[in-house]
Write a protein that binds this ligand. Structure first.
Ligand SMILES: [Zn+2]
Length: 128
């Protein structure tokens, strides 16, 4: 078995290598690897067999985004930082609606004050 074409995963290049048997390209061997996440999902990405040695040990679950591993009995632990949480989610966890409203008022108040002091500061600028 000779697999010595280190090029990218084949499939998009047609024409320049027309001399070669095209069936060789079309039937590029593929393998499906099953990854199991801790939530019980199974994700099955398809790899070109030419990268068999480079099959990643973990894959991201297509259902829940948690890491999925090759061993169904022993799926990888979810990371401490659960993915798919936006910055806004964290902010919402820390602050209630009322807090947010108060903060907004405060910020707006500062803005208004700044506008006022700015417009007056142009006058005070000329003061001696
Ligand atoms: Zn999952």
């Amino acid at each position: 078995m000779s697999v010595n074409s280190p090029g990218p995963i084949r499939g998009s290049r047609v024409g320049s290598t027309a001399a070669r048997a095209s069936s060789d390209v079309v039937d590029a061997p593929r393998i499906t690897i099953a990854y199991f996440c801790i939530s019980g999902h199974v994700t099955k990405p398809v790899f070109s067999k030419t990268v068999e040695g480079d099959i990643p040990l973990q894959w991201t679950c297509g259902e829940c985004g948690l890491p999925a591993g090759l061993d169904p009995e022993n799926p990888p632990e979810p990371p401490v930082n659960v993915p798919f949480k936006t910055h806004l989610d964290y902010v919402r966890e820390r602050r209630s609606e009322e807090d947010g409203q108060a903060l907004l008022e405060e910020a707006l108040g500062k803005l208004r004050n700044r506008f006022h002091s700015d417009s007056s500061s142009t006058e005070t600028h000329y003061r001696k």
